[in-house]
Design a protein around this ligand. Sequence first.
Ligand SMILES: [Zn+2]
Length: 268
Amino acid sequence: MSTLPPAGPARPRHATLSGSRQRAERDHAVLSAGAAAVLLASSVLLAAPGSASAQTVRPTTPGSSAFTAPQAAVPNPGLVQVAGPSPYKLPDDAASAQAFVAMAPNLLPAAAPAATPEPEPEPEPTPAPAPAPGWSAPVPDAPTSNPYGVADSEYAAGYHTGVDFAVDPGTPVLAVGDATVVSARWDGAYGKEVVLRLTDGHFAQYAHLSALSVSRGDHVPAGERVGLSGSTGNSTGPHLHFEIRTSNRYGAVINPIAYLSGHGVTAF
Ligand SMILES: [Zn+2]
């Protein structure tokens, strides 16, 4: 029992040991701090631009590396996978044997250009109101230069017996309806003249023509050329003098514009 050390002295030894351990831990902490500083310095050196070590920094910028899948094994981060010449399928293709290949966005095949939409068809120009079948203006869309019915002492009737259209010489003049050619000849003050008998019994007269395109007895459909405009006969200048007559004689006339309008012709 005398070998047992007294309880008293053990406490100071423990305290001394404990103090030593504390010093050791303190020294270790200092060493650790120093090592950290060295490591930090090493890191700085590794990252120094221009050094060989700097080139081992792993690419982290999205799109700069082929290995963008987080869990993908990266055998050598310095390599950039290049698409080979052999055909491959995209990862979303379940049937592909190479579905595991993660492709960088900048290496993916260029998306097929969006199909060019068919160009909108040009809107058809609004057609002029079509005349009723079988009817035409004598010179479509030509302006009138002298209307029907105005007082004019130059005419035996005392007024203008037709309508004048201002057209250049040589403009085709058309049958206003299906008709038979009554006459195609020179007719005094009217110069070269064509008279048609329309299917409804009215007569159409074309005067001051430069050329005749039909002969007496011809049958002509609406829109057929019967001659070319001119300035023959008693005319002060190139124009078409056009009349509608109720019978084939001078002065038996009606308003030709009103007559053609009644048949759906509006191209004046
Ligand atoms: Zn006239």
